[in-house]
Design a protein around this ligand. Structure first.
Ligand code: SAH
Length: 258
């Protein structure tokens, strides 16, 4: 028997048949799912979930709920993404309560926007349930705050590659000049080029860098290094995706806050 976690008293929304809810599951630790996410799980007929969603969370769904894995890793997406969006449309049109469960936050490098556009085009009603993004909550589990009042008044979230998997065609000079703290998603593949681009733009070779893999999961690993050593250290310490890379002075706060 699956034990259902009771929700605290609140006017929880009812999941209507024929709707899709696009929900963030957080970066890893199941406890980082929101209560809206739990409410959704307890009502969904079908759950379409990504590779980075914690298995415990799936266990909180109705036992009879259908679970469909829609994982994709490493940037090869486009054809499959269309299929996933189309599947959401078809499931909703078949009258199901469709929960689309994604790692982190659905609107942060998560293709939640693209799926929402397809649903809107097809006239399928949907709701967005935000989640805790790896680039904020995941870094917090490594003791790294994305801001500190005395260190940075801005932070920039960057995707390491574009929709086709190539290194992001960004103005690295402007990013470097404009933001003391950079949080890189999906950047393991192109970190060598990014590190060179940032140093060419004037960021110091010795600037602190953290690589946090499997953030907030049982497999979390944290590497702290510098901009000129990050590539070699990733190799030496066999750091693997999924990882968030944080560049900037806030990395040093880990010593105290971890
Ligand atoms: N929507 C997600 C991001 C999806 S893109 C979010 O808001 O967090 C996938 C990238 O997210 C990965 O390549 C990695 O950079 C990052 N990521 C997701 N989960 C992570 C985790 N537990 N630890 C480290 N990085 C993670």
């Amino acid at each position: 028997m699956t034990k259902t976690t009771p929700l605290p008293p609140h006017d929880w929304p009812e999941f209507q048949p024929g709707w899709v809810w696009l929900c963030g599951a957080g970066p890893g630790d199941a406890g980082l799912l929101t209560l809206h996410g739990l409410n959704a799980l307890q009502q969904a007929d079908v759950i379409v979930y990504d590779a980075l969603v914690n298995a415990d969370i799936l266990g909180w769904a109705k036992p009879e709920a259908e679970r469909i894995f829609a994982g994709k890793r490493g940037g090869q997406v486009s054809a499959k993404q269309q299929n996933i969006s189309q599947m959401l449309v078809e499931l909703a049109q078949a009258g199901k309560r469709v929960l689309r469960l994604k790692g982190g936050d659905p609107f942060v490098f998560g293709r939640g926007a693209e799926e929402g556009q397809t649903l809107a085009d097809a006239g399928v009603p949907f709701r967005i349930l935000p989640g805790i993004s790896a680039g904020i909550g995941g870094l917090a589990y490594a003791g790294i705050p994305v801001t500190h009042g005395a260190m940075n008044q801005s932070v920039t979230f960057v995707s390491g590659h574009d929709a086709k998997g190539a290194v992001s065609p960004l103005n690295w000079q402007a990013i470097s000049d404009g933001s003391p703290v950079l949080v890189l998603y999906m950047a393991m593949k192109h970190i060598a080029r990014i590190s060179i681009a940032l140093q060419a733009a004037g960021r110091p070779a010795g600037e602190p860098v953290a690589v946090v893999s499997g953030a907030s999961t049982a497999d979390q690993r944290v590497l702290t290094t510098t901009l000129d050593n990050v590539v070699a250290d990733i190799e030496t310490h066999a750091m693997t995706a999924p990882a968030i890379i944080c560049i900037g002075p806030v990395v040093g706060l880990r010593k105290i806050l971890k």
